[in-house]
Design a protein around this ligand. Sequence first.
Ligand SMILES: O=C(O)C(=O)C[C@]1(C(=O)O)C=C[C@@H](O)C=C1
Length: 365
Amino acid sequence: MKEIPQEVKENLSKLREQIDKIDEEIVRLLNKRAKLAKEVGHIKKQYRLPIYVPSREREIFERLIKLNEKYKEFPTDYIKPVFREIISACRSTEENLKVAYLGPKATFTHQASIQYFGQAVEHIPVATIKDVFEEIVKGKVDFGVVPVENTIEGVVNYTLDMFMDFDLKITGEIILEISLHLMGINPNLSEIERVYSHRHAFAECRDWLHKNLPNAQLIEVESTAKAAEMAKDDYESVAIASEAAADIYGLHIIERKIDKHLHNFTRFIVIGKDIPKPTGNDKTSFIFSVKNEVGALYKTLEPLYKRGINMTKIESRPSKKGAWDYIFFTDIEGHIENKNIKEALKELENISPYFKILGSYPKAQ
Ligand SMILES: O=C(O)C(=O)C[C@]1(C(=O)O)C=C[C@@H](O)C=C1
């Protein structure tokens, strides 16, 4: 190592002393902030207002990201992650939120839940998508997180179907970039006999596996997290899973990003009981059916077109009420409290034999 001159050493300790002072100041301010949040919490409880207010949180993120642009020393990309945890911790002093997600631990849904609510809520893994809905209905949790579509694999039909049986609302959405890694305790690929993963992950990594592990047995399990768990003590096995799964199960990442698609994103939805307030950048989801006649779909959607409302998704699913009877799952830009959205959906509801609002929520950023 290079010899450090005395004056540089002194300068280094002076800089560290200043950092220490700033850290202490940050802790003092965090405590002041938590105290104020607690007071807000008391008022909200007194007037039965929701503890979690996504529109207020978004407003804070946007204001601070803009403010940070002025200084440019602290990387702007980290303002949101830092403040997400600060707000999450302050929120936890008001109430301990409980969120059920499609488990087990370390699935991409778990990651999505942490990215949305921060660490300071109770993230509870449940076994099925239906369980997520049921836990909310039973009042055991405040919110739920489930996957709804993937840019490569398409829609998670099961999640959409749940909305026909449960009267819950979509209160948020999360878009997560999916990177699949090869992990295990033995980095020597020539000794690997078995690969564990989820069906979708195998489909994504087929080319890489064919080239690099052509003789290994591919074993499908219910989630990538389960795959990591299976490989954790087995010298002849590897798993294809997320970085979070490698961390939790203590696996070494042997090869990064072995999925073939550069843009592999999954959209998750947050489910709850109430529709959050508008943020100015929202989406509304609803389902409807059409009459069995010429131009029915065209006519049903006309109220949106007339008002220049942008439809970002439409997906059909069998209604299960009769053969060839379909329900359309639709997303549009805007919030149900916006006048033109409210009017358009009222008109659409009058035309449709079946209509239901699934929610209005802040668009994923
Ligand atoms: O403003 C509020 O309603 C608060 O409770 C404070 C706070 C925050 O920490 O800034 C915490 C939780 C809410 O979701 C929004 C913001």
